[in-house]
Design a binder for this molecule. Structure first.
Ligand code: EAX
Length: 321
């Protein structure tokens, strides 16, 4: 409806010789100051500049338009234009993307970014494109760590019985069952209150998100488990994207790349500065973690992906230098 209306205005503007403006709404889960907010703004500013002002934009931050699964659905039905989202719920729409959510797969940020910026990343963006979504660029959330309100977690035994919120992602849920926790899937906008009220004891997210959402207000311990890399992706509504000219599509893709670059720069900054911020705000940060036992127990989760697609993609990702 919104696009029909915009089209009507565009036609009217053409008739009067006035350049029409189209306003793009960019949804995401976090605050405007977060790494997603910085990326959303970079998208808006770049698109505005490339289009000479023909496109304007605004953020719908902090899950205003729902959780990440809701926002992805919004793209498919055309009620939302653009989303910066983690891959958390994306595998429910594009199961091939589960390959990126496998625990202890990426060695470090360089490895993950090289994979996503290379041929594997492009193949997966294409897969997204086959599922009533448009994948514009891989952005970033970061390596995820476990926080909780009960005790310092150093070993898988310490996870036993902890009610841990995970994203709505079967790979992650299976991994945490394997590691001994009790995973509870939940949309991000419900998480803070769930921790506050003790519905869950803990959660897992990158330093970027823990700081942006001020989880220190409801969590005491953070263990730098780095158990999984969490990609983000800039997605567009196919209904919007299909209505664009080739030149406009090019602007959107360039703006998405600028968005991803701005977000990654912010992830870099917070990887440097974020842990100090957690300590400053009263969290106990556990750094001396032996990852091997966690990885061994989490490995059962690989079958969520490999039972359907085999091990080829996993091997290819591991082989990227
Ligand atoms: O995408 O749901 C989550 O835990 C995500 O990491 C967060 O919303 C940012």
């Amino acid at each position: 409806m919104k696009h029909l209306f915009t089209g009507f205005i565009a036609a009217a503007a053409l008739a009067t010789g006035v350049q029409a403006q189209q306003n793009i709404v960019v949804g995401h889960a976090l605050s405007p100051a977060s790494h997603y907010g910085v990326g959303a703004q970079a998208f808006i500013d770049t698109l505005n500049e490339l289009s000479d002002g023909a496109f304007t934009g605004e953020q719908a931050p902090a899950g205003q338009l729902g959780g990440e699964r809701d926002m992805i659905e919004g793209l498919q039905i055309g009620s939302l234009d653009l989303v910066v989202t983690s891959t958390g719920p994306l595998g429910n729409f594009v199961p091939e993307v589960f390959a990126l959510d496998l625990p202890f797969l990426f060695r470090d940020y360089d490895h993950a970014r090289t994979v996503l910026d290379g041929e594997i990343g492009q193949e997966l963006l294409d897969k997204i494109g086959e599922n009533n979504l448009v994948g514009l660029a891989w952005s970033e959330n970061g390596f995820r760590h476990v926080t909780n309100s009960q005790r310092p977690v150093r070993t898988p035994e310490d996870l036993a019985g902890l009610k841990l919120r995970t994203m709505e992602n079967r790979v992650h849920m299976t991994a945490f069952s394997g590691m001994g926790a009790s995973p509870t899937p939940m949309a991000f906008p419900e998480l803070f209150t769930a921790m506050q009220q003790g519905v869950v004891d803990g959660q897992e997210n990158p330093v970027t998100v823990i700081t942006a959402a001020k989880f220190w207000e409801v969590q005491d311990y953070v263990s730098l488990t780095g158990h999984v890399y969490s990609p983000a992706v800039v997605l567009a509504s196919p209904i919007l994207f299909d209505s664009l000219s080739d030149e406009e599509k090019g602007w959107f893709m360039e703006a998405a790349k600028a968005s991803a670059a701005a977000t990654r720069a912010e992830v870099n900054r917070l990887e440097e500065a974020g842990v100090a911020l957690l300590i400053e705000n009263g969290m106990e940060v556990i750094t001396d973690i032996d990852k091997a036992p966690f990885a061994a127990l989490a490995e059962a989760s690989y079958s969520v992906y490999t039972d359907q697609y085999g091990t080829e993609m996993v091997d290819r990702i591991k082989a990227v230098e």
